[in-house]
Structure formats: C-alpha cells, structure tokens
Design a binder for this molecule. Structure first.
Ligand code: ZN
Length: 373
C-alpha cells in the first residue's frame, strides 16, 4: 500500500510509459488499493475467485471472511435437505450403521436455510481443522465435544443456545433444526473475530483447460466408436470417459452421479431418486466429485443405541478418484497431519486441478469400490 502511494506522484511528474506500466503492475500486485485505483491507466480487471470453491466472485467481502461448516444429516427422513446446493465444499462421511452425514462448507455463497443440522462426529475435527471454519452442529458425544474444544476449533454448537438456529415446526424432531449461514457467521464473528485469510484448499482449472477437457472427452467417445471391436485389451483410451458414478453407501444412502455434458456437472441421486434441495426443488449438481478411500475403524464412541461412531482415517494417505468434466483421473490422497489440506495427486505426483464451482468429497471405506460406467 505505502509503496503505491509513494509511486503515485511519479505518474504525475513523468509521463514515461515504462514508469506508468510499473505502477500499474505494482497496484495490481498489491491489489484492492482503492486510493490509487481509478487514477491509473485502464487496468486488466482483477479476477477475484473464491479460495474455497474456485468460483469467480464480484466482491471480495464474500471471500474475506471465515468459512462456515455445517453438519447436515442424510437420514432418509431428513431429505430433501436445504442449502447443500450453495456449499463450496461438501464432505460425505459414514456414521453409525452406515448412514451418512454431510459437512457442508460455505464461503462465497450463503445458504438460508441450511439443514437439518445434527451432531458432530470424531472425524469432523481432522476434516474441518485446515479450513479454519466456524463449526456449526447440534451437540455430539461428550468425548467428541471435548476433542473439538482441545483442537481449539471455532465452535458454534447449537447447545450454546445461539439465536442463529431455529426449529421448523412442520418437520419432526430431530430432523427440524436449521440455520442461515449469514446468521451463523454473525454469531461466530462475535466470539471468534476472523482476521486471517482463507487458505486455498485446491487448485482450479481455467476456462481454456476446461474447454480442452470437454474436447478430449468428446474426441475419446468418437475415437472409441470408430475403433473396430473384437480385439479386447488392444484399445488404449486417452481419457477415461465417465457417464455415471455409483457410490456404494448403505443405510439408504446409496449415491449416484450422472454426468451432464451440457452443464459440465455431475447430477446427484440418492437411494435411486433425484437428490433435490427442499427450498429450490432443483436437483443437486456438483462440479467436481472426489472419491477418497479411507480406513474405517471403531472409535469406541457409541451413540444412544450402542452403535460405534467410526474413525475415518482422514489423516495419512490412500487411493482416490477425481471426477472432472465427465472424466476419471486416478489419484492418491495425502494429508500428513491435521493442519494440512488434503492433496489429491495424479499418478505422476502432480496436484489435480478441479473444476471451479463446487467440490463434493465422498469418503468411502477402503474395503469398498466405487463403480463407474
Ligand atoms: Zn466459493
């Protein structure tokens, strides 16, 4: 900032084009200097993107704030949920009896309402930690709650009786707790002022790369169609074309994605039906789907029925599959410690770039296998 201010008179005193160029470069480097912008020669408009989901945003105020992470249930009685369509990143995790639950993380888009909101699980801490997000949930087992406290996560447990949460009277408890992410963030900011910057969790593809992938997929389909059949094993695809992804969750939570060429998104199904949003009625659609195989083990923390809340082994490394633009990219994941964002690497060890918009990370037991066609 101060460097820009010192440079400004130079523009007035000298008309040297080279100097002006240097200033322009300096201003865009430091970014957001409203005092000096507007007095310069026309600049390339700065593209602001969300560090969480890669979406382009018009205003930095929606990214210079704390992410909000909300625990949303996926019990069949909880569907359709609200607000999952606005999340930047969503994790789906297995809980007791195989029923899944979501951690929906919001930054550039708000959801009002989001829910039904339910309790925390042991795996949530390792997942949420690197996002520095406000953790919004409805209680949890005592040992889970004490782990949240020890990890010093910005915690907004509904049991703290914050006004940001409410219950819908026309839905039966416990499937009726909702909140708005703006109200949650407001309540959280009062307790945990956010002065940091949101760390980029993923690398994202640019438009030219997305176009190239779409062309690569179409080319592969044409090439495969033109190949003579009857010589199995000889045909080597250049890209792995994906039309459907089948995630073998149990407990009525079996998930499926169907690739939609027109939008470049994966459309979500659950238990054989469209997975819709209660508020909009629209089907959930996802830009990048990541399947992360994790080692499930008992945590010793049990629910009221005595069923174990599994540990999901999200710290460490393992196999992964990244689905972008109707293609499968074989991957490995690694997260050396709780503080790390998980990295998804291709077979050459390069970080895989994702499609901007929304990222859903499917945590799948390593004993299972996702199928595609
Ligand atoms: Zn975003």
């Amino acid at each position: 900032m101060s460097r820009n201010k010192r440079c400004l008179p130079a523009v007035v005193l000298t008309v040297a084009v080279v100097m002006a160029l240097l200033i322009v470069q300096g201003c865009s480097w430091f970014g957001g200097d409203s005092e000096s912008s507007g007095k310069q020669a026309p600049q390339e408009p700065e593209r602001l993107t969300c560090p969480l989901c890669g979406s382009e945003v018009a205003d930095s105020s929606v990214i210079d704030r704390r992410p909000v992470a909300v625990k949303v249930e996926n019990d069949p009685a909880a569907r359709p949920q609200s607000g999952l369509d606005k999340a930047g990143v969503v994790y789906e995790e297995i809980t007791e009896g195989g029923i899944t639950r979501f951690i929906a993380i919001y930054l550039c888009r708000d959801a009002d309402p989001v829910g039904p909101i339910r309790s925390a699980r042991p795996a949530d801490i390792d997942i949420i930690y690197p996002y520095d997000a406000l953790f919004c949930h409805c209680g949890g087992a005592p040992s889970t709650l004490s782990m949240i406290k020890q990890a010093k996560i910005a915690d907004l447990d509904e049991f703290g009786e914050y006004d940001a949460y409410w219950r819908f009277r026309d839905r039966r408890a416990p499937h009726n707790l909702y909140a708005g992410t703006a109200q949650l963030r407001q309540a959280g900011d009062a307790i945990y002022p956010f002065e940091g910057e949101v760390d980029t969790a993923f690398d994202f593809l640019g438009q030219a790369e997305l176009d190239e992938m779409a062309a690569g997929r179409a080319g592969e389909i044409a090439r495969a169609g033109a190949e003579p059949t009857g010589e199995p094993g000889e045909y080597e695809p250049l890209v792995t074309v994906v039309n459907n992804i089948y995630i073998p969750y149990t407990g009525g939570c079996k998930a499926q994605y169907a690739y939609d060429v027109a939008s470049g998104k994966f459309l979500r199904y659950v238990a054989g039906r469209l997975h819709t949003d209660l508020t909009t009625g629209g089907q959930l659609s996802v830009d990048t789907v990541i399947v992360q195989y994790v080692t499930v083990s008992p945590s010793g923390i049990v629910d009221v029925h005595g069923a174990d809340s599994p540990n999901l082994g999200v710290v460490g490394s393992g196999r992964a599959q990244v689905f972008v633009m109707g293609q499968l990219i074989d991957a490995n994941w690694e997260k050396a410690s709780r503080g790390w964002h998980t990295r998804y690497l291709d077979n050459s060890g390069n970080e895989i770039k994702l499609k901007p918009g929304s990222v859903w990370i499917q945590l799948v037991p390593a004993t299972e296998q996702v199928s595609i066609d």
